[in-house]
Design a protein around this ligand. Structure first.
Ligand SMILES: Cc1ncc(COP(=O)(O)O)c(C=O)c1O
Length: 296
């Protein structure tokens, strides 16, 4: 990639992170539809249709998965920027490289990622609310998945300063819970799931999976404004995101949520997810943790 690429200069890049289960992409259509929605608003033309990108993605997955242990799934990255900025085009010898978008379609084994998730499933994770706020949709719309992520990184650093292992939960300008820095948030109260409205968040594909699984399991699922108070006093809370699917939040700002351990509904939802994709999500993470340890 050129050092003059708009992605590097402005963080001006739409992207998606999709994963496989059993080397088959999961909800690729939803991820690519969100990518094309982000690109539309950013006015980036990738120079290829969604169908063409799907075909290339399948090819990249097939090549990367060749010879790979079936327990090691793949991360698929789609990243598209508008390319080299106008004033710098002269500095580039190759006319083809100087004009048009930068399109990345990549895949790589997730063994290290998955190994790192093993403790999340067993012990859950701690979260804190850092001073950094979510950026509201009227400033930069978080429904677009872009590489302009400085505020997420600030939030991560502030959370780590309080508790090195804690994950950040962002609140928006009105004091409502928005999302994590790479995950959506849910609480469980009296057997009902609640998650923030769609206003100031990335509308996660995994969040959508939880709606589907909840319907299948007969669990009600509501979108409504949540405050920190609602998480402190919930029976359970959890994050959802493509790489790890679902992970229980056991503490917020040092206060235990419910029993202070991953709760029964989180486990039920993870089991239902495992059934949906034909991969035992927690067992796969444990396998990868052992595999990575054996590799040294
Ligand atoms: C800010 C943010 N919110 C939520 C999510 C979860 O989205 P998904 O479930 O589509 O991975 C992500 C994923 O990276 C994210 O970056």
């Amino acid at each position: 990639m050129s050092i003059f690429d708009s992605a590097l200069m402005f963080g001006d890049m739409a992207f998606e992170f999709t994963r496989t289960f059993g080397h088959k992409p999961f909800r690729l259509k939803e991820h690519l539809e969100r990518l094309y929605a982000s690109m539309k608003i950013l006015r980036i033309d990738p120079g290829m249709t969604l169908e063409a990108m799907t075909t290339i993605t399948h090819d990249v997955i097939e090549r990367t998965a060749k010879g790979l242990d079936p327990n090691i799934d793949l991360q698929i990255l789609h990243e598209v920027s508008r390319g080299i900025l106008g004033p710098y085009k002269r500095a580039i010898d190759n006319e083809r490289d100087a004009n048009g978008p930068t399109v990345v379609i990549g895949a790589y084994p997730m063994d290290l990622h998955l190994a790192g998730f093993a403790p999340l499933y067993e012990e859950g994770l701690r979260a804190v609310i850092p001073p950094q706020r979510a950026i509201p949709a009227h400033l930069i719309d978080p429904k677009m998945k872009t590489r302009s992520r400085q505020h997420y990184q600030m939030a991560n650093m502030q959370a780590a300063h309080v508790d090195p292992k804690a994950w950040a939960v962002l609140i928006d300008g009105d004091g409502f819970i928005a999302e994590g820095t790479g995950a959506n948030v849910f609480v469980v109260v009296d057997g009902v799931l609640c998650t923030p409205e769609r206003r100031n968040i990335l509308r996660g594909v995994s969040r959508g999976v939880i709606f589907d699984l909840a319907a299948r399991l007969g669990i009600d699922c509501l979108e409504r404004n949540l405050e920190a108070y609602d998480i402190y006093n919930a029976d359970e809370a959890f994050f959802t995101s493509t790489p790890f699917c679902i992970a229980g939040i056991t503490h917020l700002d040092g206060l235990p949520i419910g029993s202070g351990t991953p709760g029964p509904i989180v486990k039920r939802l993870r089991d239902a997810w495992s059934e949906l994709v034909g991969v035992d999500i927690a067992a796969q993470a444990r396998w990868c943790a052992n595999y990575v340890a054996a590799q040294g």
